[in-house]
Design a protein around this ligand. Structure first.
Ligand SMILES: [Zn+2]
Length: 249
């Protein structure tokens, strides 16, 4: 199955797609095949729109009410107050308390996180690479959710597929910088060099704040059904969405 779905409590639905084609939806062609959801990698715009609409539909939201972002590997959070066609610029997380909007995060090795507090009616998405983990984009997102009334003890999160700590070898300097902030990222790569497990870092950051965390998917670089920039270079992005549903739904 190309699109997996679940709930983060009542009224909060999530979905993750891998790169597999979805029946009835036009696939992307190589090197973006089959289900790219990123609009910044050179893929056909109509195909990307169709994939985003299918992903959005998996959480019960119409495609024109999906909101994306243009990440810059920082820790700023964009609050979404209404659907908009353009990506929210220069943020690595989105938060909303508006029902019926699907927030999108895309990745191909970086860590995608979907969050919700159904009691407060607040949802968020995060995109975290090593710079994001270093600058605590997960923590700034939790703070932005709390500003809207969410409480970490009620929050649930699903952390999506990312490159694992054995595949992600990094220079010693980068390792030191990240592990100083996020000790859970410490890993050793296959070749014995320093490695970073960014997913473990994101999970630890969430759990230490009191968030209930579940995992979805495996290592992007080792899994042919997922996109991996490290493995393939020019390629697509898989994506995750989260949405708060209207009270009547
Ligand atoms: Zn791996």
């Amino acid at each position: 199955m190309a699109i997996a779905t679940g709930q983060l409590g009542p009224r909060v639905r999530w979905a993750f797609a891998d790169r597999g084609a979805v029946d009835g939806v036009v696939p992307s062609t190589a090197p973006y095949d089959d289900f790219n959801v990123a609009d910044h990698v050179g893929d056909d715009e109509a195909a990307v729109r169709a994939h985003r609409a299918a992903l959005s539909a998996a959480v019960g939201v119409e495609g024109h009410r999906l909101v994306s972002m243009a990440p810059v590997h920082g820790n700023d959070v964009g609050e979404v107050g209404a659907p908009q066609p353009e990506p929210v610029p220069e943020v690595d997380a989105l938060v909303t308390r508006i029902p019926g909007i699907a927030l999108l995060t895309v990745a191909a090795d970086c860590v995608p996180v979907l969050l919700g507090d159904s009691g407060a009616g607040v949802v968020a998405v995060v995109h975290a690479g090593w710079r994001g983990i270093r600058s605590d984009v997960v923590g700034t997102t939790l703070a932005a959710m709390a500003d809207l009334g969410a409480d970490p003890s009620r929050m649930r999160a699903v952390v999506g597929p990312a490159v694992c700590g054995e595949c992600y070898d990094v220079p010693r300097e980068r390792y030191d910088e990240v592990v100083a902030v996020a000790p859970a990222a410490a890993s050793v790569a296959h070749d014995g060099r320093p490695g970073l497990d960014l997913r473990a870092a994101a999970v630890e950051r969430l759990r230490e704040a009191g968030v209930h965390v579940s995992l979805h998917g495996g290592c992007t670089q080792e899994t042919p059904s997922l996109y991996s920039y490290r493995r393939d270079g020019l390629t697509g992005r898989h994506g995750g969405v989260v949405a708060l549903l209207p009270e009547t739904a």
